[in-house]
Design a protein around this ligand. Structure first.
Ligand code: SAH
Length: 210
């Protein structure tokens, strides 16, 4: 067994013990070479359950966080999904095999270009990526069945929520205070939304460029 394989197996065990139990989510993460999404200097840590820097003061999320957020979305291959904050592209590459089409938006050009190169290298054909400000969602492509925001919003992002289909689910870290963020699962209903608090989390802020 090669070194990355044994590290990967250990990571999958860690994910399970941290509550990532959906077999499809685990399979998607097991199939993906995470080292591809991590800067070369940190490659030896690609299968550690840690957050790593990806440049531009941004980070690739900890695998447990990626797993728990993906699981919370309750995906299937009929669904159209929006991700705000492509970053390294790792979360997008975990999501893509589990949904029909993934739309992902990143504001930083370098990160956007490098993520798109990874999607091409891995042969993904159901990811549509753009560079831009996603703080107001992607109105031209709405509605979405699922939305995942991988940067922390100050409060409930109302404009993005409006782009969720009725019955749809959005997973979003909310709160700007250091140590004070919570991960929310928001379900859009006929007459509003239901919010479920999934616990503490830690993300870089969602910028408001617009
Ligand atoms: N999902 C990423 C982690 C993202 S880190 C991964 O798997 O690696 C958060 C990302 O959100 C950063 O790349 C940051 O540039 C981006 N971001 C922050 N505000 C944004 C905005 N308004 N629109 C689009 N992207 C944004």
């Amino acid at each position: 067994m090669s070194l990355p394989d044994s590290r990967k197996i250990r990571l999958i065990l860690d994910l399970r013990s941290n509550g990532v139990i959906d077999p499809d989510v685990l399979a998607s993460m097991e199939n993906l070479p995470r080292e591809l999404f991590v800067p070369e200097t940190f490659r030896d840590k690609a299968y550690d359950d840690v957050t790593l820097p990806i440049g531009h003061q941004q980070t690739i999320s900890r695998p447990t966080t990626v797993g728990l957020m993906t699981q919370a979305l309750q995906l299937n291959t009929r669904l159209k999904v929006l991700e705000i904050g492509t970053g390294s592209g790792y979360q997008a590459a975990v999501l893509a095999p589990l949904c029909r089409r993934l739309y992902t938006v990143e504001r930083i050009g370098d990160l956007f270009r490098s993520a798109v190169a990874k999607f091409d290298e891995l042969g993904f054909s159901n990811i549509t990526a753009i560079q831009g400000d996603g703080s107001l969602g992607w109105p031209e492509q709405a509605p979405f069945d699922r939305i995942i925001i991988t940067a922390a919003a100050e409060d409930m992002p109302g404009a993005v929520l409006d782009q969720l289909a009725i019955g749809g689910v959005m997973v979003v870290p909310v709160g700007f205070q250091e140590g004070g963020q919570r991960l929310w699962r928001v379900t859009r209903t006929e007459d509003g939304e239901e919010v479920e608090d999934l616990g503490p989390t830690h993300f870089v802020p969602l910028r408001q460029d617009g």
